[in-house]
Design a protein around this ligand. Structure first.
Ligand code: GUN
Length: 721
């Protein structure tokens, strides 16, 4: 009855189109939130959108028909075992005769495993390294897997070293045997050793066949960890392996498929999952939910809803025949899995994947332990591969967010907040001179407290009065994250934190405050705390007020140029000499002019700065030349203000980008390592001339590897006719 209902509900979905020939095997990233990414892997059976789960299909026991997975649950890729098909004649022959897609009746991407997992469970397998690849190739698999050596977490270091070395030794032969049409998984082994995982990532990432290297890198040997809920070690392994896996390859967590783990794994850069959990748990009368596993025997009502279960009560399902019940629960489990992945993808799109991981961490003690370990790493990273990935993760977040930031106890460990605070500590400098033209040292710091944003309404008057009283004052505004210079009052997320009203009265402890003041370089300057009372327009003294207001505006532009574009504060000060601005009807600075030329526009949505072409030319003049090519050793950047980041463009692309077209991956020769995703950058040619300017859509690391997708969203070409 249930199966009938399900198949009746199936509506025809068109078969996928093969990718363009030139895109075959390429992976592109279309959106990202820190390490989390929405990707597209191009195959002959369609484009696989990631993050995605590949349900495990046992060709002998099809709990849910693959065709139904495709049509009803929008499963765009599944995984099955080529070794099982190879071993059983009744599967091998039709697979070789008609292909694996016909055998499984699945029109989209088919991934196969190689028998390694069988060797872990049952001991040795009798198939050869090249033999199993040739079989996967001959049955028309889209992404096959080489025969890797399973590295169990309890193995000795020597055994794990051997597993890594033997897997790497088989890599090239496997890639050669795969030929032109079979994409391959290159598993990364190494047990619990971070350095071995990093070494394996490097070896497997570098392996090449006649046509290409590996298309995907699964992290192997982790099933025993998941069975014991050793999540901290699981995520440590993921971070260690990601330190060396080329960023243009999707990362797959082999055997991981519980929805509870998706948000955190995706936040740390996992792109693919696979699991038989939907069917195995169903056989055991267990329901998957994003918050954990639920036993059917223990419930009166459904704690998680699905279309599958909605028409039934738990008691009715318990009363069903065993086979009917497990098919029904498998449908529920797959539906919930797909729904949670959709939720995660949406969170990547809207920049909230870390918060989702934070929320989910409260669902299990082991996951919470893993998350707290991760927070420790974010604030104080290890020296080794894990720390490297964590630092790269923080640097690859866009620090400025237009949408509101929900307050929470762990808000200041979120990667984009850490990035923003790090930029503030590293790049902000106290003003070089004061509104009255004097340039002595600061006499005091005035901390404005008790005001809620928008601070231009609630605290501007107080800031102006404090400056009128003592010109050499540094004005800070208290935010729930810590005090920030008043000049950055419209920068989000500082000004966009969503919490109870009294959040804005929250004051840091003395120790926290001292640390902030030290980070801002203001230690030793007397501090006065001022409780805000007036609104902006209540201040008196028209002309003086206007002078102070213009001085604050100019400092705001200087501070944003320093923080977000890496410009030396003294150079930014010189650049803004004599600036004027146009204000909106709500009295916000919208355009910045110098010598009647429009150079910058503060972004009203998030407080960042947009450049005009004239502004880009001025910043280019401050940072002429070219970045180091990717083929050369990139020098370590030790300057706090290395200038606006530059992208060196391949000659072929200049006519297009110069006219304002986006910079595509694959056309970039070099990039300054301090490129910030979501912030301005310049595009230059090999003689260092400006070609265009835009907003970086990828990190410099990504630009060195990717061959597909947008690297820079160009705002304006400098070579328009
Ligand atoms: N499935 C689960 N773990 C593994 C692994 O380490 N290697 C392979 N090939 N398949 C797996």
């Amino acid at each position: 009855m249930t199966t009938l209902l399900c198949s009746e509900a199936v509506s025809a979905r068109e078969d996928p189109q093969p990718c363009r020939e030139q895109d075959f095997g390429k992976f592109e990233v279309v959106a990202r939130d820190g390490a989390a990414r929405l990707g597209r892997l191009h195959t002959r059976h369609g484009v696989l959108d990631t993050p995605m789960l590949l349900p495990v299909v046992n060709p002998n026991i099809r709990t849910i028909e693959p065709r139904e997975m495709w049509e009803k649950y929008h499963v765009d890729a599944l995984i099955t075992n080529s070794y099982v098909a190879w071993k059983h004649e009744k599967l091998r022959e039709p697979a070789l005769a008609d292909g694996i897609h016909a055998l499984l009746d699945f029109p989209s991407v088919i991934v196969t495993d190689s028998g390694t997992f069988q060797s872990y469970v049952y001991g040795d397998v009798e198939v050869g390294v090249e033999e199993i690849i040739e079989f996967q190739r001959d049955i028309g698999v889209d992404i096959g897997t080489m025969l890797d050596v399973f590295g169990r977490p309890d193995m000795s270091r020597e055994e794990l070293e051997n597993a890594v070395a033997e897997t790497a030794a088989r890599a090239e032969d496997s890639l050669v045997a795969a030929g032109e049409n079979l994409l391959l998984n290159g598993p990364v082994q190494g047990g619990l050793h971070d350095d071995l995982r990093a070494q394996a990532g490097e070896l497997m990432g570098a392996a090449r066949g006649e046509f290409r290297g590996f298309a995907v890198h699964p992290i192997g040997g982790i099933v025993p960890l998941m069975e014991k809920q050793r999540y901290r070690e699981l995520f440590e392994i993921l971070l260690a392996a990601r330190s060396t896996i080329p960023p243009d390859r999707p990362v797959h967590l082999f055997g991981c498929g519980h929805p509870l783990l998706f948000p955190m794994a995706i936040a740390l850069g996992a792109d693919l999952f696979d699991s038989a959990a939907y069917a195995l748990f169903a056989r055991d009368d267990r329901l998957l939910s994003p918050h954990g596993t639920v036993k059917l025997a223990e419930i009166t009502e459904w704690p998680v809803h699905s279309i599958t279960l909605f028409p039934h009560t738990p008691a009715q399902v318990r009363a069903m025949d065993k086979d009917e019940r497990s098919v029904l629960l498998a449908h529920h489990n797959l539906e919930i899995t797909q729904a949670e992945l959709a939720r995660c993808r949406e969170a990547v799109r809207n920049g909230t994947i870390w918060r989702l991981a934070e929320q989910r961490s409260h669902c299990s003690a082991q996951l919470r332990d893993a998350f707290l370990w991760l927070l420790g790493q974010m604030v104080d990273p290890d020296e080794g591969p894990v720390g490297q990935t964590v630092l790269r993760h923080i640097a690859s977040t866009n620090p400025i967010r237009g949408n509101s930031e929900v307050f929470g106890e762990e808000i200041d460990s979120r990667p984009h907040i850490l990035h923003l605070n790090a930029l503030l500590a590293m790049r902000w400098r106290r003003p070089g001179s004061w509104w009255n033209g004097e340039d002595g040292s600061a006499k005091r710091v005035v901390l404005l407290v008790g005001a809620a944003p928008p601070w231009r309404d609630s605290a501007l008057g107080d800031a102006i009065s404090a400056l009128a009283e003592e010109a050499a004052s540094i004005i800070l505004i208290s935010t729930p994250l810590g005090p920030v210079p008043f000049t950055l009052e419209d920068v989000s997320p500082w000004c966009h934190i969503d919490g109870p009203d009294d959040l804005w009265e929250l004051v840091l402890t003395e120790v926290e405050m001292d640390a902030w003041i030290e980070d801002l370089g203001l230690a030793g300057i007397p501090m006065e705390v001022h409780v805000c009372e007036s609104s902006s327009d209540e201040t008196e003294g028209g002309a003086e007020r206007d002078v102070i207001r213009s001085w604050i505006d100019r400092c705001a532009v200087v501070d944003k140029l320093s923080l977000l574009c890496g410009i030396e504060p003294a150079a930014a000060c010189e650049l803004t000499e004599g600036m004027s601005s146009r204000r909106s009807r709500t009295d916000r600075m919208v355009n910045v002019f110098v010598d009647d030329e429009h150079l910058f526009s503060p972004r009203l949505t998030d407080g960042a700065l947009s450049l005009t072409l004239a502004g880009a030319r001025r910043l280019h003049a401050l940072n002429p030349g070219t970045p180091t090519c990717f083929t050369e050793e990139i020098p370590v950047e030790d300057r706090d203000h290395p200038g606006i980041p530059r992208i060196l463009l391949l000659e072929d692309a200049i006519p297009f980008v110069g006219q304002g077209r986006n910079v595509m991956h694959g056309y970039i020769l070099g990039a300054d390592p301090h490129v910030i995703i979501g912030q301005p950058c310049l595009i230059v040619d090999e003689s260092g001339e400006l070609v265009a300017h835009g907003i970086a859509n990828a990190s410099a690391d990504d630009m060195a590897f990717f061959n597909k997708g947008i690297a820079v969203k160009v705002r304006d070409g400098a070579r328009r006719d």
